[in-house]
Design a protein around this ligand. Structure first.
Ligand code: 5GP
Ligand code: ZN
Length: 112
């Protein structure tokens, strides 16, 4: 399967890692949209949030628990935003589930 984020998980494409365990990987975005911008992905290839069902949804809870841990380690007490784009109109460009974590600037609402 030709998937950029699977290649990052496999170490075939380099990334600047923030966190890794047996289930998930966090790494800095190559095109940061905020002073802190990293992605958290399951190592398992899940295409998008629209492919989450009862059989694979536990990973989402684990991802949020790790984000909360990393927010403390990285000094994000003032706040941050977690974004999960889904599909073409949702702004998804890489078809492997990923959660953006953006921080260290005022983030506008509503998003563009
Ligand atoms: P999406 O638009 O699908 O929500 O987010 C995909 C994200 O992946 C974008 O923010 C983009 O900058 C990031 N990205 C694309 N290619 C690479 C890469 O090779 N390495 C890293 N670290 N991030 C990437
Ligand atoms: Zn993948």
């Amino acid at each position: 399967m030709d998937c950029l984020f699977c290649s990052i998980v496999a170490g075939e494409v380099p990334s600047k890692k923030v966190y890794e365990d047996d289930q998930i990987l966090a790494f800095y975005d190559i095109d940061p949209q905020a002073p802190v911008h990293f992605l958290v992905i399951p190592k398992e290839h899940i295409v998008s949030p629209d492919a989450i069902d009862e059989s694979n949804s536990a990973i989402v809870g684990h991802i949020y628990a790790v984000i909360a841990k990393l927010s403390k380690e990285l000094g994000l007490a003032k706040g941050y935003r977690v974004v999960c784009n889904c599909g073409e109109e949702g702004g998804q460009t890489v078809d492997h589930l990923h959660f953006h974590v953006l921080a260290k600037r005022n983030l506008a609402w509503p998003p563009g």
